[in-house]
Each structure stands twice: as C-alpha cells, then as structure tokens.
Design a protein around this ligand. Structure first.
Ligand SMILES: Cc1ncc(COP(=O)(O)O)c(C=O)c1O
Ligand SMILES: N[C@@H](CCCC[NH3+])C(=O)O
Length: 427
C-alpha cells in the first residue's frame, strides 16, 4: 500500500468509505479492518487477466491467509474456488455455506479423519501430498461410486527468492512428491491404478511473497516438461495444471510486486509455446487477495525515550495479532489514523505489549507528534494476521470488521477473558 494513496477525511484515515477512528471507538482496539471492495477488485483482476490471456482457468483462494466464515462468503459471491489445509478450515468453509465442489483440500499430513471428512462432504479435489495419504484415501474409498478427484502436489526443484520459511518448491521441502528422484512417477502410477481416484492433474507451489515472474515462468515450463514425461510413461495428459500461489504484495516502499496481468500474460505465453493442448491453469493466491485489504488499528500507549536512540512507542496489540515481523522479519508501514497529513517529526520503534523483546511490530516508523490514545493503523495486514493470531500472555484475539460502500459490519467478535478460560478445567 502506498501511503500517499490512502484516503483521508478531516485528517482521519478512511477505509472503504468509513472513518477508521470511528471504527476504533465503536469496536475498540486492536481491531482488524478489511476493505471488501479491495478483495473483490483483486479477484476480478486475476480473472480478467486469464480471460485476456485466453486460458481456461480457475482462481482458488488460499484460505490459510485469512479463514473466517465471512471471507468464505465473499469468495462464494465472487464465484471462485478456495483451498483449505485442515479439517478446521474445511469445517469453517462448509459452515459458511461455501459449495464443497469448489474446495481443494491441501496439507502435508492430512489425517484419516480429515480425508474422510473431505470425502463425505464431496470436496472438489484432494491434493495428495505423500504416499501415506494415497494409502489412507484408498482405504476410505470403499466402493466404486465413492470416486473422488485428486491432484498430485509435486516438488519441482525450484527455489523461490523469498524468506526461507516461505519457500516450498525446492527439493529439500516437506511438501509434495519429489520429481527428481522418481517419487512423482511412482505416485502417478498408484493413483492411475486406483479407479476410485480421478486424477485431475498436477500441482506445485514454489513459495510465498515472491516478486518477479521468473520463478513462475520456470515453474510453468517445468510442469509442462513433467506432463510430457508422464504422457510418454502413462499416456496421461493433465486436465489441470495448478501453479499454486505466492504472488508478492507491497508491504513497504522497497517491495515491487508484479501485477496479475503481467504474471498471467507471461505464463500464458510460456505455456502456449511449450505445448499445443494447454491444460486448464489454476492458481491459488492467498496473500495477494486479502493482504492489501487489511488494516490493523491499535491505540498508542506508553512511550520510552532513550538518549540518542529512537523511542519505543507501544501499542495495545503486537505479536499475538501479527506474528510476521517476529517470525519472518516482515516489514510493515503505519500511519497515525487520527493525524493523517501531519508532518512527521521522528522515527520510532513500534512495540507490541507482549512479554518478548522481539515483539516489535515496526522497527523504524516515521511518525508525526503522537500522544497516548492516538490510533495507529498498520497497513497491509490482511493476510496471515488474524489467521496466525494467538493468545500468548492470555491476550484475547481482536475483532474483525468488514467495510464496504461506507458501511461497517462486525464479522468476528473480539475474544473476552471468559473465552480465554472456556476450555480450561479445574484440577
Ligand atoms: C499450496 C499453497 N497454495 C497457495 C498458498 C498461498 O500463498 P500466498 O498467500 O503467498 O499466495 C500457499 C501458501 O504458501 C500454499 O502452501
Ligand atoms: N504464513 C506465511 C505464508 C505461508 C507460507 C507457507 N505456505 C506468511 O505469513 O508469509
């Protein structure tokens, strides 16, 4: 998000036509706020880019980025697929009324119960990740009319240029069937022999928060090469090639993401050059759909000044609602929501309230003059914020509000202290 492009009115940050300072007053802080129009617009950009490129496609929202009932309902309205990685995400999506035939079920260690739940609910496709899962699924599919679509997640041997914890496509990865060593071929054979599994195609995901098109072009090329080898071996041509997600977003000025249009047109060129019968192309964006739409509002509290060093300005949340700075050294930017347009006068550390020295949300943030009670808005927190939130130090998780067309709606209640002990039992 570019700070200069943020909307403001009377010195207040506006989100989706709603005054963010009013939201902080109405719902309290910390508060996650999502601009739903931004989510819809990003989905439409992906779809349009595929249509312009003339590819058969499917956009599947990677819901690990943000998985609550309301977002699954937005995805249903936008008529996209979703992917889930656990029984909990599947349960939430189904409870939200999301159609099961548009769900892909991922994960590197799906349990018998999770696979059974997926089969019983007739999910659109199960992404098989390892031999253990092929075995479990074969046990679950007891009769011929229990046929289910599957895809094989492959490890294509491509390292994305991103944080180590965000890489998934390299050979040394916990995800997927390794192509180099022949695991992928063996898995393909097992699945093709099982008449209760319908092999829809092949999948790979090289990582997350990736900039540039190079990695994705390499991946598209590699997937066609793999498909051609499999065709020779098994006379099988995939109906779908799923290229995963991972499209980077701009968290700060240094980040320079590619647009959906750039990425998809280049992939389309590569695919059309590589083969005559281009399969349907699926992508699984998570961060790029919800990340830029999200803001976290905090109230500024204590301040610690140290001679000749930047001050520590603390807010009422921190690593419990956004683990990304501590976990991936992620760099965010913030504005003071009730002082938009005011001149910056200092650089400060934005500290969280958790009992950890590493609980610093922003290492260096330019700020106008601030005081206790001001509202700080950290930008681009829509992905992997709420979904990775936790109760460390027994801090309740914040509420989530959706805004659209000047209206706000609470979609997840704030946890309270009673919620925190609701699972505890006396001893
Ligand atoms: C298989 C798969 N698909 C899609 C994604 C979504 O990635 P992102 O949110 O970076 O688009 C992930 C997460 O890294 C993933 O593991
Ligand atoms: N949780 C990661 C993205 C997913 C990485 C692995 N699939 C992040 O916040 O960047």
């Amino acid at each position: 998000m570019i700070i200069d492009e943020l909307a403001s009115k009377n010195g207040h940050l506006m989100i989706g036509g709603v005054d963010s300072v009013d939201l902080a007053k109405k719902y309290g802080t910390p508060l996650y706020v999502f601009d739903v129009a931004s989510i819809r617009s990003q989905i439409r950009k992906f779809k349009l880019a595929f249509e312009q490129a003339g590819l058969k496609y499917q956009v599947s929202y990677a819901s690990k980025a943000f998985a609550v009932k309301a977002i699954y309902q937005v995805m249903k309205q936008e008529d996209v697929h979703i992917d889930v990685v656990s029984g909990g995400e599947l349960y939430t999506a189904l409870a939200a009324g999301f159609p099961s035939d548009k769900i892909s079920f991922h994960g590197n260690n799906k349990s018998f119960e999770e696979l059974e739940m997926a089969v019983k609910n007739h999910v659109g496709v199960i992404m098989l990740d390892n031999f253990h899962e092929i075995e479990l699924l074969a046990r679950i599919l007891k009769t011929d009319d229990e046929k289910i679509n599957v895809m094989l997640r492959l490890t294509p041997g491509i390292s994305a240029h991103t944080h180590k914890y965000d890489q998934t496509g390299q050979t040394d990865s916990k995800f997927g069937f390794d192509v180099e060593s022949g695991q992928a071929k063996k898995a393909m054979q097992l699945v093709l022999e099982n008449k209760r599994m319908n092999l829809l195609g092949i999948h790979a995901h090289i990582g997350s928060q990736i900039f540039g098109t190079q990695g994705f072009i390499m991946l598209a090329k590699k997937m066609i090469e793999i498909a051609k080898n499999l065709q020779k071996e098994f006379n099988y041509w995939p109906q779908v090639i799923n290229l995963g997600g991972g499209f980077g977003i701009s968290y700060n000025e240094a980040d320079d993401p590619i647009t959906a249009q750039e990425f998809i047109s280049q992939i389309a060129n590569e695919l059309k050059q590589s083969c005559d019968d281009v399969p349907e192309i699926w992508i699984e964006p998570g961060r790029s759909i919800v990340g830029p739409a999200g803001y976290t509002l905090y109230t500024i509290g204590s301040r610690k000044d140290i001679p000749n060093l930047p001050p520590y300005i603390s807010v009422d949340g921190g690593m419990g609602d956004n683990i990304r700075p501590a976990l991936y050294q992620a760099k965010y930017e913030a504005v003071v929501a009730n002082k938009m347009g005011q001149e910056n006068i200092e650089t400060a550390h934005i500290a969280g309230k958790y009992c950890e020295s590493g609980d610093i949300l922003i290492d260096k943030q330019e700020l106008p003059e601030t005081k206790v009670g001001d509202i700080l808005a950290i930008l681009d927190t829509g992905a992997y914020g709420y979904s990775m939130a936790m109760n460390y130090n027994r801090n309740p998780r914040p509420a989530v509000v959706f805004v659209e067309n000047g209206q706000d709606k609470l979609v997840v209640k704030r946890e309270n202290y009673q919620d925190l002990i609701s699972l505890d039992r006396d001893y």
